[in-house]
Write a protein that binds this ligand. Structure first.
Ligand code: G3P
Ligand code: MG
Length: 281
């Protein structure tokens, strides 16, 4: 068993998807802190590369949904605001929190689940550097599932895996990081560099043909299918064959319990502060 999974000996652990994104802006240090203090056992976040080669946390390939870039006069001619075209210094000028107060994406501002006392911290959120996040994970011994966003078509495509692995080494977080990706070639590269780092295949629309052989060929430790295409029988089959199965994105407690009973190690959810009562066995 890879060091990352040693602490997850049961089933039904709670993974905060992009942090506790229903009560804080996704993929920010605040969302990480809320996950850590709000019942999550680990968190999931997305990694991309800036124009000047820095690793940052961000989900979308463009900046407008979760920053104030569209309202910044200095960036008005930079449409469509691709993250990969911005330097770290430029990205760090952006407000990555206030959109959450305006859009109220989970209705938690309206219901008061986000206390007014949090508003000022929310509006101060910036796009985090992966280095700072890994330092935090080590400081608090809090595991993270890093999803490597597909960088095909950019210069970072050939460097991102090695860069992430170097940072994991520098921050001494080998036992705290699980690397996943929809780009399965990245997972192959991880194992070529360092077999002790845990990896997971991400899948959305359909399962690969001859699944078990596919996963074994990639030498991965875990399978991360969309919960919408997954049934308990598949979770049983894979776990019996020694593959860890973790589901995303499960926001319903009964569904979380269904997968936990089937043998899923962790459940990725937007509501860790609610679902943590599902608890692991
Ligand atoms: O890792 C599970 C999930 O995060 C994959 O989808 O789009 O939320 O990054 P997405
Ligand atoms: Mg993700």
């Amino acid at each position: 068993m890879k060091p990352f999974f040693e602490r997850f000996s049961g089933t039904g652990y709670i993974c905060a998807h992009r942090g506790a994104r229903s009560i804080a802006p996704e993929n920010t240090l605040m969302a990480l802190e809320k996950a850590r203090n709000g019942g999550a056992d680990l968190w999931e976040t997305d990694v991309q590369v800036t124009a000047d080669g820095e690793l940052v946390l961000f989900h979308d390939y463009t900046l407008e949904r979760t920053t104030d870039v569209a309202g910044c006069p200095e960036f008005v001619d930079r449409r469509p605001w691709n993250l990969a075209d911005f330097t770290l210094a430029e990205l760090q000028q952006l407000d990555a929190g206030s959109w959450f107060l305006q859009a109220d994406p989970f209705g938690t501002i309206a219901t008061g689940e986000v206390p007014e006392g949090d508003f000022s911290t929310i509006s101060k959120q910036r796009i985090p550097l992966l280095r700072d996040v890994l330092d935090d994970c080590r400081k608090y011994d809090f595991p993270v599932n890093l999803e490597i966003k597909d960088q095909t078509g950019t210069a970072a495509d050939v460097t991102i895996v090695e860069q992430i692995l170097n940072l994991i080494k520098t921050t001494a977080t080998e036992h705290l990081v699980l690397l996943s990706s929809f780009n399965h070639n990245y997972l192959r590269q991880v194992k070529q560099f360092n077999r002790t780092i845990a990896t997971a295949v991400l899948v959305e629309k359909k399962h690969p043909q001859d699944l078990l052989r596919y996963l074994c060929d990639l030498d991965v430790d875990a399978y991360h299918p969309d919960q919408l295409i997954t049934a308990a029988t598949l979770v049983h089959q894979l776990t019996a064959a020694g593959i860890v199965v973790n589901l995303w994105t499960v926001n319903d407690i009964e569904r979380a319990q269904y997968f936990a009973a089937a043998g899923a190690t962790f459940i990725c959810t937007d509501w860790p502060q609610r679902l943590f009562v599902a608890s692991h066995s």
